[in-house]
Design a protein around this ligand. Structure first.
Ligand code: NA7
Length: 551
């Protein structure tokens, strides 16, 4: 254990003692404030950002928009009135629209009165003498809370790569996930380098290319980018969603999808039929092509057929065969997060855009005015890092809460996250994680997943109170069994076969573990059953009553 780590467990209690302290005021954190308040609990959220929105507040780079199945389903699901009130204009809403939606939510439920903005949670330590979490804030305040709920986000801990000389670069440098809020990044007539071609890079690159005099794209791994085909939302679909909302929500809970999923295998149809199906889906855009058949992500042969189709589309789009060659992905289709782009490949047909293959010719260093790679030295005025996140677990490990007996989370997670239900950890009583590692998080409907987890936590807290319990904590043996279960589910699919941020492979030194529970519907059914079944796998302490009373 690191000797310099300081104990804050003996901090004096403050008049602001809370039932629940929430980290983050994004999609999950805002719902948590609303739900815990409705449960009659005192709650406050803390967020480093200047307003609500979380990842959607920070990612205000040009081109940022929803890259999953979008409107009208990218929304909170619990309140039909909210669904009825909000008008989505486009299928893939852009960042200002999503932020406006989240601000509307904050207004409607008066969220901001219980959020402290521009306040980072610096430390969190469990005080065993009082069974409270003691939280140190960047403002210097200390707050005590019976429960700590991390809603710190899955894509919030920016990955700032340690490339030689990067600190010497003299021009403006921006990470897409920490974009200046004033929006004043002017690319006009500038020479710009973008590092990274994940979703953020793919969204920002065409927008920069329009204004910059020269754009260098530094690509490590060529990606599969599908056409987003953002367009006005079909009013009939919007109306149907409103009319059928309770049923649609029910289908979302049970399947993770608003619309039915394919039942056929890609291998059960003729080449002609498959080709026609792919062509129609390609025109439709978004994730449609992946969804044509049920086994693209479980059967390598089916996957390779689709991968070949997409590669052909890339080749067709790029004028210069040598550039097309560099853009062709070689990993298993869809096993890194699928990307939706708008004019992404077309951008490489522009004269002012140059693709630098830094896998074959790595970056040697940055200088105050240039980037040097194996291909040469390139003078630049601005540097954009679209290098992603220490995803899913990073926000929590960077906080590194301290649990029982001074145990740091990073010590318990030295070999990768260990959780029960992706929500709770042994040695860390009364700490709940929303959208944590080993939960469905980024592979389930995000807002709905948050709602279901937070509802579960709220009900658990109320029942603990009623039964006189002060702490809840998973039994130690639950964590290994849960980890094995999450791995078993993932191993039925092709996802774990590729290095990606799903498994922590994008962060040097991060232990590899596929961190997403890929059966969202099964997961939420299990959560429900665990609450029904006397909270199997959890230990409750300081009981004034018997275990039966919580059932
Ligand atoms: P991603 O998907 O993690 O993409 C990051 C990109 O940056 C990717 O191309 C990486 O290449 C590249 N990268 C990362 N570190 C380096 C270094 N050190 N040198 C060169 N290139 C690097 O993050 P995004 O922000 O694009 O997307 C994350 C999610 O946020 C996305 O799914 C959306 O839902 C929103 P690699 O592939 O690792 O070789």
């Amino acid at each position: 254990m690191n000797e310099t780590r300081q104990s804050i467990g003996s901090a004096p209690s403050s008049p602001d003692d809370l039932d629940v302290a929430v980290i983050g005021a994004g999609i999950s954190g805002m719902y948590a404030v609303h739900r815990f308040r409705r449960a009659g609990l005192t709650v406050r959220a803390f967020d480093e950002a200047g307003d609500v929105g979380g990842t959607w507040w920070w990612n205000c780079y040009p081109g940022a928009r929803v890259d999953s199945p979008g409107a009208p389903f990218y929304c909170y699901t619990f309140d039909r009135e909210l669904v009825n009130e909000w008008e989505w204009a486009e299928t893939q809403p852009d960042q200002p629209t999503i932020l406006a939606y989240l601000r509307n939510f904050a207004e409607k439920y008066d969220i901001r009165r219980d959020v402290q903005f521009e306040t980072r949670v610096e430390n969190a330590e469990f005080d065993e003498s009082t069974n409270e979490w003691v939280i140190e804030l960047s403002t210097g305040e200390r707050v005590r809370a019976r429960f700590l709920v991390s809603a710190a986000g899955t894509l919030s801990a920016a990955n700032l790569p340690n490339i030689p000389g990067i600190e010497d670069f003299a021009g403006p440098l921006h990470h897409t996930g920490r974009w200046p809020q004033d929006g004043c990044v002017d690319f006009t007539d500038k020479r710009v380098a973008v590092v990274g071609t994940g979703s953020s890079g793919v969204q920002v690159i065409p927008n920069i290319a329009k204004d910059a005099s020269q754009l260098y794209v530094l690509q490590r791994t060529p990606q599969f980018v599908l056409p987003a085909r953002n367009r006005p939302l079909d009013p009939a679909l919007a109306e149907r969603a409103r009319d059928e909302w309770p049923d649609m929500r029910d289908r979302l809970v049970k399947t993770g999808r608003a619309l039915p999923m394919a039942t056929k295998s890609a291998l059960d149809v003729s080449d002609e039929e498959r080709r026609a199906t792919y062509d129609a889906a390609w025109v439709q855009g978004g994730m449609a092509v992946r969804e044509c058949y049920r086994d693209h992500m479980t059967n390598l042969e089916a996957n390779e057929i689709l991968a070949g189709y997409v590669r052909d589309k890339i080749v067709e789009t790029i004028d210069a065969p040598t550039i097309a060659e560099k853009l062709l992905p070689t990993y298993i289709f869809g096993t890194k997060r699928l990307i939706l782009g708008t004019d992404y490949y077309e951008t490489y047909n522009r004269d002012n855009v140059r693709l630098l293959d830094i896998r074959s010719y790595p970056i040697d260093r940055f200088t105050p005015t240039s980037v040097q790679t194996g291909e040469g030295e390139f003078e630049i005025d601005l540097l954009i890092l679209a290098t992603g996140y220490d995803a899913i677990s990073g926000a929590l490990t960077r906080l590194d809460p301290v649990g029982r007996a001074g145990r740091h989370l990073t010590d318990n997670w030295a070999g990768g996250p260990r959780t029960y239900l992706g929500m709770a950890m042994t040695d860390f009583p009364n700490l709940f994680v929303v959208q944590g590692p080993q939960s469905p998080s980024v592979k389930y409907h995000y807002a709905l997943g948050s709602e279901l987890q937070v509802d579960w936590i709220a009900e658990c807290i109320l029942r603990m109170r009623a039964a006189g319990y002060e702490t809840i904590e998973p039994e130690p043996e639950t964590e290994s069994a849960w980890g094995a279960k999450v791995a078993d589910i993932a191993n039925v699919t092709l996802y774990p076969r590729t290095d990606s941020w799903y498994s922590g492979a994008n962060i040097p030194g991060k232990p590899r573990q596929f961190a997403v529970h890929l059966d969202g519907p099964g997961y939420h059914e299990e959560l429900k059953n665990i609450a029904k079944g006397d909270y199997t796998g959890f230990r409750f302490d300081r009981a004034k009553s018997t275990r039966q009373e919580i059932a």
